[in-house]
Design a protein around this ligand. Structure first.
Ligand code: 13P
Length: 258
């Protein structure tokens, strides 16, 4: 399912932002700005009610669309939940799983995240597994053990299928704060994740490793140049067409030197 690792991946996470009018403007700006197919793979993860709008406006464009969460259950009495099968009906290419905001505000455990990844994979949707440490964990020297534990749960539950996931390293202290990890800090953790995947999974090098956390038009190029940073998961800057396009342009430049 994953393409071989060529080009970078730039995925926007709109979080709980947008409305029909603003989305249409943003998506049109994106499609217009990408008249020529970008070297990089581009996508946006929109709130579930807007998946059909994204499908309509992005069909036939170089931009894929995704969701921000998926149920751990296939169907049934789970009020408010959205299944992977339902996402599939809207042409969803990928889904964020285990974003730190869900781990934090919805008490999502490593095991639940792993089950959600399983549901997505079974429906042919690529789960983007989000991992990352809090500031306290970093300051306590726990960064490596936290991200390894979070990824291990996914590997344990999904075995060989883990080669079909994407992983996003998003240090919690860098999300929405303007405090981006330095390229060296991010690369260091990506190298840990890469080594963990290589040790556990065949074809581990198919798994793109994205960085997320205050990525913007100014810092994207330096981050995307790092050996083990295959792309970016972009929050705030993905809501501004010009900024997101500028990040994509940085990714295209970085991809050209791949
Ligand atoms: P920001 O880019 O706004 O820091 O958000 C990052 C993020 O959480 C993407 O999933």
């Amino acid at each position: 399912m994953n393409q071989p690792l060529a080009g970078k991946r730039i995925v926007g996470n709109w979080k709980m932002n947008g409305d029909l009018a603003a989305n249409a403007q943003l998506l049109r700006a994106l499609v217009d700005g990408l008249q020529q197919a970008p070297t990089s793979h581009v996508g946006v993860c929109v709130p579930a009610p807007y998946l059909s709008q994204a499908a309509q406006l992005l069909a036939g464009s170089p931009v894929c669309w995704g969701a921000q969460d998926v149920s751990a259950h296939a169907s049934g009495a789970y009020t408010g939940e959205v299944s992977a099968h339902m996402l599939r009906d809207f042409g969803v290419r990928f889904v964020l799983v285990g974003h730190s905001e869900r781990r934090q505000h919805h008490a999502e455990s490593d095991a639940l995240v792993a089950t959600k990844a399983q549901q997505a994979l079974a429906a042919g949707i690529t789960p983007i597994i989000c991992v990352g440490e809090t500031l306290q964990e970093r300051e306590a020297g726990l960064t490596e053990s936290v991200v390894r534990r979070q990824l291990a749960a996914v590997i344990h539950a999904n075995g060989a299928c883990t080669s079909e996931v994407w992983v996003a390293y998003e240090p919690v202290w860098a999300i929405g704060t303007g405090h981006t990890a330095t390229p060296e800090q991010a690369q260091q953790v990506h190298a840990v994740l890469r080594a963990q995947l290589r040790a556990a999974v065949d074809r581990a090098d198919r798994v793109p490793l994205l960085y997320g956390g205050s990525m913007n038009a100014s810092n994207a190029a330096a981050l995307l140049e790092q050996a083990d940073i295959d792309g970016g998961l972009v929050g705030g800057a993905s809501l501004k067409g010009a900024d997101f396009l500028s990040i994509i342009a940085s990714a295209n430049n970085a991809a050209a030197t791949y």
